[in-house]
Design a protein around this ligand. Structure first.
Ligand SMILES: Cc1cc2nc3c(=O)[nH]c(=O)nc-3n(C[C@H](O)[C@H](O)[C@H](O)COP(=O)(O)OP(=O)(O)OC[C@H]3O[C@@H](n4cnc5c(N)ncnc54)[C@H](O)[C@@H]3O)c2cc1C
Ligand code: SF4
Ligand code: SF4
Ligand code: SF4
Length: 364
């Protein structure tokens, strides 16, 4: 069993990372669970490989050191550097896009407590979707505090958000069908009853994870497998998880935690793709009164509010590696300055800092 930090944690992540966090907690008996208490999901159409993004920019003579911001807007990938703005058709990002994103149908982080993105709102505002009562209370208090400015989302914005999300769902369901027809399973979308999942997963260790997910090009590089391994034999490099050692008898933790293995319909109901933005209690536009972030600076405001009001003890952030500009660096922190410094989107994949939740590594 993993010895866990016994504190309340909020995580921020892409929909696949939110699914990983949800599976770790849902399959607590097998994975050891986690102290993640609140999930803030980002909207996400696709993500990139840092190495290949860097190569693409080098070919275009753009230095990462000079880049101030990346933005995807109106089907363009925009790079704002110190002296220019470069625009590329979104199709050119295929050369550095992660292929696992082609089989992902969650655009708005359906399993998060709060989802945040830009689509649907006006410039420098964030679209915020409230999905749980707990999130509603937190957000009502944040709005009351005066730190953020609220606007209703208009019908045009909501329709655009639904259209964009539906496009991702339809396109990627088509990709899933093609993969399955070519004998490349996409397990997380298979409709398998809970008892069958258990039977299958209880036969599986890392070698199955490797065959069913990693070799199939479905790994989202979330880091959940590395985190739940009780004997720390999984390491994740830039591309994929690797096992360094012999599995512990009767352990299936990595297989249960992975967001791309079988997933119970209690988490991913059969009709999940019929609702463009998932189930929600409220949706509106917000912007911070204190600073700009990638969009409205709202993720940063929520994280600061959680820490200031002692709602969570620590938060996961994805900051930037000081030695490698724009390379994402996950961190667990309760330091306000670090949270503010981490604002802005780093458009490449990184294992979220799940492993920081382990208090100490236990060897068997
Ligand atoms: C890979 C990716 C793709 C996205 N695609 C879309 C999209 O298609 N449409 C859309 O509307 N929005 C998309 N977003 C969300 C959008 O870019 C903003 O993150 C969101 O609108 C919140 O803005 P903000 O100003 O409120 O956040 P900020 O206050 O700027 O805070 C941003 C937070 O995001 C976290 N973060 C930064 N990079 C990463 C990363 N690589 N992985 C995980 N967390 C990270 C940081 O920890 C930070 O706390 C995407 C985000 C990511 C990471
Ligand atoms: S698999 Fe790709 S598209 Fe889907 S949520 Fe993860 S990063 Fe985004
Ligand atoms: S011991 Fe093996 S099966 Fe268990 S989590 Fe680690 S790698 Fe996976
Ligand atoms: S194999 Fe590991 S890193 Fe890849 S998606 Fe599954 S849990 Fe995440």
């Amino acid at each position: 069993m993993i010895d866990m930090i016994n504190e309340k944690i909020a995580m921020v992540g892409t929909p696949c990372q939110i699914l990983a966090g949800s599976k770790i907690n849902y399959y607590e008996k097998e994975t050891g669970g986690s102290s993640i208490d609140l999930k803030i999901g980002l909207f996400c159409m696709e993500n990139f490989s840092y190495t290949y993004l860097k190569m693409f920019l080098q070919e275009k003579n753009i230095q990462l050191n000079d880049v101030k911001e990346f933005r995807i807007e109106n089907n363009k990938f925009k790079v704002f550097s110190n002296d220019d703005v470069y625009e590329f058709p979104i199709s050119q990002t295929n050369s550095f896009k992660r292929k696992n994103c082609d089989i992902c149908t969650d655009y708005t982080s359906n399993l998060a407590d709060i989802s945040v993105g830009s689509v649907g709102s006006s410039k420098r505002y964030s679209t915020v979707i409230i999905r749980t009562q707990k999130a509603k209370k937190i957000m009502d208090d944040l709005i009351k505090s005066g730190a953020v400015l609220k606007k209703d989302i208009d019908q045009k914005g909501l329709s655009l958000l639904e259209r964009v999300s539906n496009k991702k769902i339809t396109t990627n369901l088509g990709n899933i069908e093609k993969r399955e027809n070519n004998a490349h399973p996409v397990l997380y979308k298979r409709k398998t009853p809970d008892n069958e999942i258990e039977e299958l997963a209880n036969d599986c260790q890392f070698d199955c994870l490797n065959a069913d997910v990693i070799k199939e090009g479905a790994c989202v590089l979330c880091g959940a497998c590395e985190f739940v391994c009780p004997i720390d034999i999984i390491q994740i490099n830039e591309r994929k998880p690797i096992k360094k050692g012999k599995c512990q008898d009767d352990c299936h933790a990595c297989y249960y935690a992975c967001p791309r293995t079988f997933t119970t319909n209690k988490l991913l109901p059969q009709n999940i793709d019929s609702k463009a933005v998932g189930n929600y209690l409220d949706i509106y536009s917000l912007k911070s009164n204190n600073f700009t972030g990638q969009d409205g600076g709202i993720v940063t405001e929520i994280l600061l509010h959680l820490l200031d009001k002692d709602i969570t003890d620590n938060v996961f952030i994805v900051g930037e590696d000081e030695n490698n500009p724009w390379k994402p660096l996950p961190k667990l922190t309760n330091d306000r300055d670090e949270v503010i410094k981490a604002k802005g989107t780093k458009y490449s994949t990184v294992p979220i800092g799940f492993k920081a939740l382990k208090k100490e590594k236990i060897k068997y």
